[in-house]
Design a protein around this ligand. Structure first.
Ligand code: NAX
Length: 326
C-alpha cells in the first residue's frame, strides 16, 4: 500500500475543520488511492470536542483513513507532515478592530511557523485562520521551510466572484475563468473583473453593465463574509472548507491551459508588491508542479487604485506585527 500522506489540520474541533477533515479523509483532495494520516491540533479546552470529532471520523470507516493523532502541541501535530491546513485562530470578537485581531492571533503563527520545521522535506502549509495573509507571513518568517511552500487562502473569494458573474450572465460557473483576486482576504480585496472571462470573452463584454461590475459585484464579493454572518449568525464554514480543498488541489495539479487560480503567495516583487508580503495573485501551476505568478496583466487606473489600496492595507498589517517577524 502507498505511504499515507500526513496532513495536519489546526483548529481541528472548529466549524471549518469539521467540514475539511471528513472530505480529506474520504480522498477528495489527495486522491482516491492515497491513504491519509490526520494530525489534528487544538488548544487544551477543545481537546474533548476534538475527541468527539475523531470518534465521528472513525465511525465513517473511511477506507483511506490510515491513522489519526490528536494533540495540543504544534510540534507533535506537524511532525513528519506533508501538508498543513492552518485553520485554528481566534475569531474576531464584538467591537474588535482588525489590528486587535492581528495582535491576538499573530503569536499563534510564530510557534506554528517554527513547528513546521518538523515537517517532511516536502512540507507545504496553507493558512485559513484570519487575518490569513499576515498570519501566513508570520509563519513563513518564523520557519526555515522555503517561502514558496507557504500560501494563504483567496479561493473562497475567487469562488464567490465566479459564482456571482455566472449568475449575472446566466452562464454556468464553469464558463467563468481567469478570476483573479488581488491582495488581501479582507473587504479591501480587488476581484478583477477586467481580466476575467465568461465563455472565453472578457466579462465586461458579456455583462455590459459597468456600474454593476464596479459597484454591486465588487462590494458583494468584498462583503460576502460579513453578509453570511448576518444571515446565518455564524461565519462561512462549509464554503470556506470547500475553498480550502480547492486551494490545495489548485497547488498540487497543473492549472488548465490559459486559466489561473487566485492564491496568496510570497511576493517576489511581481506587480511592484513589497517583497515577502503574502499577496493574492493570479497563479498557475506548471506541469512540473512548481507554481508561477501570472505576470503582465493590464489594469485600468481605476483598478490600479484598488490594487494600491489593498497593497497598502497589507503593508499596514505587516507593520502591526513587525515584532513577530524575524
Ligand atoms: P472556530 O472558532 O469554529 O474554530 C477555530 C478553532 O481553532 C477552535 O476550535 C479553537 O479552539 C482553535 N484554535 C484557537 N487557537 C488555536 C491554536 N493556537 N492552535 C490550534 N487551534 C486553535 O472558527 P472557524 O469558523 O473554524 O474559523 C477558523 C478561522 O478561519 C477563523 O480565523 C476565521 O476568521 C477564518 N476564516 C477564513 C476564511 C478565509 O477565506 N481565509 C473564511 C472563513 C473564516 O472566516
Amino acid at each position: 500500500m502507498t505511504n499515507p500522506i500526513r496532513v495536519a489540520v489546526t483548529g481541528a474541533a472548529g466549524q471549518i475543520a469539521y467540514s475539511i477533515l471528513f472530505r480529506v479523509a474520504s480522498g477528495q483532495v489527495f486522491g482516491k488511492d492515497r491513504p491519509v494520516h490526520l494530525k489534528m491540533l487544538e488548544i487544551p479546552p477543545a481537546m474533548k470536542a476534538l475527541q468527539g470529532v475523531a470518534m465521528e471520523l472513525a465511525d465513517c470507516a473511511f477506507p483511506l483513513l490510515a491513522g489519526m493523532d490528536l494533540t495540543d502541541k504544534a510540534d507533535e501535530a506537524f511532525d513528519g507532515i506533508n501538508w498543513a491546513f492552518m485553520v485554528g485562530a481566534k475569531p474576531r470578537g464584538p467591537g474588535m478592530e482588525r489590528g486587535d485581531l492581528i495582535k491576538e492571533n499573530g503569536p499563534i503563527f510564530v510557534g506554528q511557523g517554527r513547528a513546521l520545521n518538523r515537517g517532511a522535506n516536502d512540507v507545504r502549509a496553507m493558512v485559513v485562520g484570519n487575518p490569513c495573509n499576515t498570519n501566513c507571513l508570520i509563519a513563513m518568517k518564523n520557519s526555515d521551510v522555503p517561502k514558496d511552500r507557504f500560501s494563504a487562502m483567496m479561493r473562497l473569494d475567487q469562488n464567490r466572484a465566479q459564482s456571482l458573474l455566472a449568475e449575472k450572465s446566466g452562464q454556468p460557473v464553469t464558463a467563468v475563468t481567469n478570476m483573479a483576486i488581488w491582495g488581501n482576504h479582507s473587504n479591501n480585496q480587488y476581484p478583477d473583473f477586467e481580466n476575467a472571462k465568461i465563455g472565453g470573452k472578457p466579462a465586461a463584454q458579456v455583462i455590459k453593465d459597468e456600474t454593476w461590475l464596479k459597484e454591486t459585484f465588487l462590494k458583494t464579493v468584498q462583503n460576502r463574509g460579513a453578509d453570511i454572518i448576518k444571515a446565518r449568525g455564524a461565519s462561512s464554514a462549509a464554503s470556506a472548507a470547500n475553498a480550502a480543498l480547492d486551494h490545495v488541489r489548485d497547488l498540487i495539479q497543473p492549472t488548465p491551459a490559459g486559466d489561473w487560480r487566485s492564491v496568496a503567495v510570497c511576493s517576489n516583487g511581481q506587480y511592484g508588491v513589497d517583497k515577502d508580503l503574502i499577496f493574492g495573485y493570479p497563479v498557475r501551476v506548471k506541469a512540473d508542479g512548481a507554481y508561477e505568478v501570472v505576470e503582465g496583466l493590464a489594469m485600468t487606473p481605476w483598478a490600479k487604485a484598488k490594487f494600491d489600496a489593498v497593497h497598502d492595507e497589507l503593508r499596514k498589517e505587516r507593520d502591526v506585527v513587525k515584532d513577530l517577524l524575524k
